[in-house]
Design a protein around this ligand. Structure first.
Ligand code: KIV
Length: 290
């Protein structure tokens, strides 16, 4: 399906043709899983800019403004230095660029863990300033009270368990989780705690497949996997990873394209034409009228 955009200069909004379907809501995503079963898995990708959101929107159910933008957009080493201001700027751009997908914005490290009140302040600001429908936060049992506090006050929450990148210094790296019996039980308890606290869905990242399956089968809310299992209720990837923007990608990523090579070849051609003065041509230059 190909969508084109006409810019409405009075509102600066790009109007898509064909007209998109109505935006998905939190209850619709939650109810995608019925009686513990999901017929068609949910499609989720990260998005950080308006144009990227326009291109992804028609194909996705959920666009995640992930704090992975720290590494992908800002070249940071981890997600830890990402701020609420960054999340708000990119979240607002993605909401402007999308019409159909539910937009979820990550809560950044340090902006929600101290207290449920701190979490409410950050989440309400993110929602008010971006227009997104929900926030995502990392952590299981330890975050249950906060998730209940938020959901009881009008803030839909997507949970995130298993490999939680904001806890990289506690976990000691980005290796898959759940290999020991202790970790296995903890991930299942975390998922249950997040669900019971009122989260409408859950990301399970970097967990060995039997646990991803057990988690998916044991919860009523959709479990969206990344480095988890095809049997989850949905899948998410970092868009730049699956498009092949980076040479090195984690094992769980499938590279559907090699966009980095396309960009390299295209820019090399441009540079060559600038240097040999074959760009711009008459077609791209303005001449006096008449
Ligand atoms: O920040 C992010 O992009 C994420 C996904 C990888 C789930 O949390």
């Amino acid at each position: 399906m190909s969508t084109t955009f006409q810019l409405d200069t009075s509102t600066s909004r790009a109007n898509p043709t064909p007209k998109p379907r109505k935006r998905l809501t939190v209850p619709r995503i939650r109810d995608h899983k019925k009686d513990g079963q999901t017929k068609e898995p949910l499609v989720m990708l990260t998005a950080y800019t308006a144009r990227q959101a326009q291109l992804l929107d028609a194909h996705c159910d959920i666009l995640l403004v992930g704090d992975s933008l720290g590494q992908v957009i800002y070249g940071l080493d981890s997600t830890l230095p990402v701020t609420a201001e960054m999340m708000i700027a990119h979240g607002a751009a993605v909401v402007r660029g999308s019409y159909h997908s539910l937009v979820v914005v990550d809560m950044p490290f340090g902006a929600y863990e101290k207290s449920k009140e701190q979490a409410f302040d950050t989440a309400s600001r993110i929602m008010a300033d971006t227009g997104c429908a929900a926030v995502k936060l990392e952590g299981g049992e330890a975050m249950a009270e906060t998730i209940a506090f938020l959901t009881n006050r009008g803030i839909p929450v997507m949970g995130h368990v298993g490999l939680t990148p904001q806890a990289v210094n506690v976990l000691g790296g980005y290796a898959a989780r759940g290999r020991s019996q202790q970790e296995h039980e903890k991930i299942l308890r975390d998922g249950k705690a997040v669900q019971d606290a009122g989260a409408f869905s859950l990301v399970a990242e970097g967990v060995i497949e039997p646990i991803a399956i057990a988690l998916t089968q044991s919860l009523e809310i959709p479990v969206i996997g990344i480095g988890a299992s095809a049997q989850c209720d949905g899948q998410v990837l970092v868009t730049e990873d699956m498009l092949g923007m980076f040479e090195r990608v984690p094992r769980f990523v499938k590279r559907y394209e090699d966009i980095a090579s396309v960009i390299d070849k295209t820019v090399a051609k441009y540079a060559e034409e600038v240097r040999d003065r074959s760009f711009p041509t008459e077609e791209q230059t303005y001449q006096p009228k008449g």
